[in-house]
Design a protein around this ligand. Structure first.
Ligand SMILES: C[S@@+](CC[C@H](N)C(=O)[O-])C[C@H]1O[C@@H](n2cnc3c(N)ncnc32)[C@H](O)[C@@H]1O
Length: 307
């Protein structure tokens, strides 16, 4: 494992302390490992996130986890750079943050090196309903000396009106935020006119439940075969949810790309939706969304996928 502690030591920035504690890199274990942990990455953080073992080693499981994280990072880094080209300090909000490993990795790889070079590039806010996870993340951020990380014990829906968040938010992320929390994250991003949204949705039960409930009423259309069997109701409901989310984003003027989060093969929930705000609303997408809702008998969900 290689590291850049030398260059960090020579700096006199206030963030120096972070480099000593959070970047104490264990000795080189093998030539292979140096390609796994990046120079300057906080070893303490990687251990806390269980990406490194307690003795600072990578096993097969943790190497795979690290690759996944880098894979996701490679999608988000260009967005951070674009946002930073427009504003000197940017804000990213991570919804349904859990243990906040996404936020911590983003801060460690993107924000911390800039801070060490004397540039405050902005803040990451983690939104999480579970108080114990919020406290844990607050403590970890303090230990790592990551001043730009904040964690708020709020639901995604509550965070839309929260004064604790800045008015302007550049990037919204929601990685496996449960059930309708992804929908709330979209509502948050729309409210804040976020430049980018990066969503890896979790299973959403609401659409499937309405499909199930209205099955008899919608059985006249041959298309209802798509969700007649209970397993298909769940699967079709899940796919339809993401289709409706994409149309909603497009209706609000976002350009949307949908791809697979490679490396997450073990998870069924590996769809990555990246939305970029283009500023014009899209009446065609809006009409299409309403047509789809009507066709599958989901008009009662018009408010959920509001346009
Ligand atoms: C499956 S975990 C994912 C955590 C993290 N994003 C990750 O990928 O490791 C989902 C997290 O979202 C939180 N959560 C669920 N619904 C939420 C809501 N409406 N508002 C805020 N947090 C929520 C849960 O408490 C949980 O910690």
């Amino acid at each position: 494992m290689t590291h850049n502690n030398d260059s960090m030591k020579s700096k006199k920035s206030p963030a120096d302390k972070a480099s000593t504690k959070a970047n104490a890199v264990p000795p080189v274990a093998s030539s292979e490992q140096k390609y796994d942990v990046r120079p300057g990455q906080s070893i303490e953080l990687l251990k806390e996130l269980h990406i490194l073992t307690r003795d600072g080693k990578l096993n097969q499981d943790s190497r795979r986890k690290l690759k996944q994280v880098y894979h996701l990072y490679q999608f988000i880094e260009p967005l951070l750079l674009q946002a930073l080209a427009e504003r000197p300090q940017i804000s990213l909000v991570d919804h349904g943050a859990g243990k906040s490993y996404l936020g911590f990795i983003l801060y460690d790889l993107f924000f911390k090196p800039r801070l060490l070079a004397g540039q405050d590039a902005g803040s990451i806010y983690g939104i999480e309903t579970r108080g114990e996870l919020v406290t844990r993340s607050q403590e970890l951020a303090q230990r790592c000396e990551f001043p730009g990380m904040q964690f708020l014990p709020l639901s995604v829906a509550e965070s839309i009106q929260s004064d604790a968040l800045p008015e302007q938010i550049d990037i919204v992320t929601a990685l496996h935020a449960c059930n309708t929390a992804t929908d709330d994250a979209i509502a948050f991003g729309l409210h804040k006119k976020a430049k980018f949204m990066v969503l890896v949705p979790c299973c959403q039960a609401e659409v499937a439940s309405v499909l199930r409930h209205n099955k008899a009423a919608n059985s006249k259309t041959a298309l209802s075969e798509l969700w007649r069997h209970p397993l298909h109701t769940r699967e079709f409901g899940s796919q339809l949810t993401n289709v409706l989310r994409c149309l909603q984003l497009e209706a609000h003027g976002y350009q949307v790309s949908v791809t697979e989060l490679v490396g997450w093969e073990h998870s069924m929930k590996n769809e990555l939706i990246i939305a970029t705000r283009k500023n014009q609303s899209n009446p065609k997408a809006k009409a299409r969304l309403n047509e789809v809702l009507a066709e599958v008998g989901l008009q009662e969900l018009a408010q959920r996928f509001f346009v």
